[in-house]
Design a binder for this molecule. Structure first.
Ligand code: ZN
Length: 449
């Protein structure tokens, strides 16, 4: 089999097609020439003159055309998709399509093609590695581990494979294994950048391991609940019941189901911020398929835990629905919506403190920040009021979206985002408004509240 480039997938280099066929770089007119030849062939084929030989030639030309260095990723994907019509059983083309799909951020499409490539060449290192990367994008970590372990067995000294395999173990909270493969990678003369990344990852994994390593875990078919410090059986049992209840509500409405189990980690309150590198205002977080929550000794505050889970679980489901391609305002606004739905029975209701802020500090603003400029993550700095105003803005935007355009519009927006498309395109597709008109109407909505 042809040996593909061994460079990491992230490097956006030309694809490995027999280079002797490539037009000479720098001679732009050769690409134009190629486009013309493709167009002529297309017409011939349209006229019904397609022999097997002609179809094969068309597939080859389209693949070469897709390697033009400055081509946009979606144009490259377009050429390869057309090539597929003429060479449906070509393993290399299946790989190239998977890779192009991965590069434009359409992980579902990439998954479909890498499955075909794997069926045709299961022992190929690049197929296994790319399958691992794609499954990571889809938050299918159990599957990703299998592919990445296979890739590691096929090429044990490939550092990017080891980095990725370790990251996947860490997502599954198997920190010993993660640290093992990263330490192995460190002995393989990684680049200085890779070495720095590896050391940082090892240090973070050690912190997580120290906080939760000895604790027990309790599982249901959807969730794994883990504790830093002694396991609280009452809290674990209550958490599992509550998580299932909240999951049914949110996942039922959003019509989604994660492939893997969701980890819910209870951190001792004193450790929470240090172990997770978070700002003081953070009271819980969701990343990929993981939820982290601080807890204290003492009695349970059932309603509070329930609304917190509704909030964080919404983030997890939005991650799955969009393959993590979404702006902060969209996921935070929807998380606030479901939190209120669980807490007050009405998603559009405000907490009294937020209502007060809305009336006195938000609605009265002369103009509002752009939605896509809203930054909210574990490292976002700000006092309580500044942070609350960002949440309020996000929530009002999602309330406007749901009230004016409905849930189907939101689900359509998620689908467009899941294909790796930008939020502007998703909003336009779901609401029929461009982003700027959407925000103008949002402003009117806020003023009228
Ligand atoms: Zn949130």
């Amino acid at each position: 089999m042809f040996r593909r480039s061994l460079l990491p997938l992230v490097a956006s280099l030309g694809l490995a097609v027999g280079f002797f066929l490539l037009p000479i770089p720098g001679q732009a007119d050769q690409w134009t020439d190629l486009t013309r030849r493709i167009e002529a062939l297309r017409q011939q084929i349209d006229r019904g003159e397609a022999t097997d030989e002609l179809r094969q030639k068309m597939a080859t030309l389209l693949r070469i055309r897709s390697t033009q260095p400055d081509l946009a990723a979606d144009e490259r994907l377009g050429y390869l998709q057309e090539a597929l019509e003429f060479a449906p059983d070509d393993e290399r083309l299946a790989y190239e399509l998977a890779r192009a799909g991965y590069e434009v951020g359409d992980a579902n499409l990439a998954y479909e093609h890498i499955q075909r490539a794997l069926a045709l060449a299961p022992e190929d290192f690049h197929n296994q590695l790319l399958a691992g990367f794609i499954c990571r994008s889809l938050l299918r970590y159990d599957e990703a581990v299998n592919f990445l372990e296979k890739a590691r067995d096929l090429k044990p000294d490939h550092v990017p494979t080891l980095i990725s395999l370790g990251r996947t173990y860490a997502e599954l909270r198997q920190f010993d294994r993660a640290i093992d493969v990263w330490e192995t990678a460190l002995t393989m003369r990684p680049s200085s950048e890779e070495a720095a990344e590896l050391r940082e990852r090892i240090e973070k994994a050690q912190r997580q391991e120290a906080a939760t390593g000895g604790g027990d875990a309790m599982e249901s078919h959807r969730f794994v609940v883990q504790f830093s410090g002694p396991t609280r059986d009452d809290l674990a049992a209550m958490a599992l019941d509550t998580l299932d209840e909240v999951f049914d509500l949110v996942a039922g409405e959003l019509q989604v189901k994660p492939e893997g189990k969701v980890f819910v980690v209870f951190y001792r309150k004193a450790d929470f911020h240090q172990v997770n590198d978070s700002q003081g205002w953070v009271g819980g977080y969701a990343q990929n398929l993981r939820i982290g929550v601080p807890y204290e000794d003492g009695p349970l505050d059932g309603p509070r835990i329930k609304s917190l889970f509704a909030h964080e679980l919404t983030h997890i489901l939005v991650n799955v629905l969009t393959n993590r391609n979404h702006p902060a305002w969209l996921t935070e606004g929807l998380a606030e919506y479901y939190e209120a739905k669980v807490r007050y029975g009405d998603g559009f209701a405000f907490h009294p403190a937020d209502r007060h802020l809305f009336e006195t500090k938000f609605k009265t603003l002369p103009s509002f920040p752009r939605l896509n400029a809203i930054e909210l993550n574990m490292k976002t700095k700000g006092n309580d009021e500044e942070i609350s105003l960002k949440y309020i803005h996000s929530k009002v935007a999602v309330a406007f979206l749901l009230q004016r355009f409905g849930l189907p519009a939101l689900l359509e927006i998620f689908q467009v985002l899941a294909r790796g498309r930008p939020i502007e395109e998703a909003i336009e597709s779901g609401t029929g408004r461009n982003m700027s008109d959407f925000e103008t109407e949002l402003t009117e909505f806020i003023r009228a509240e």
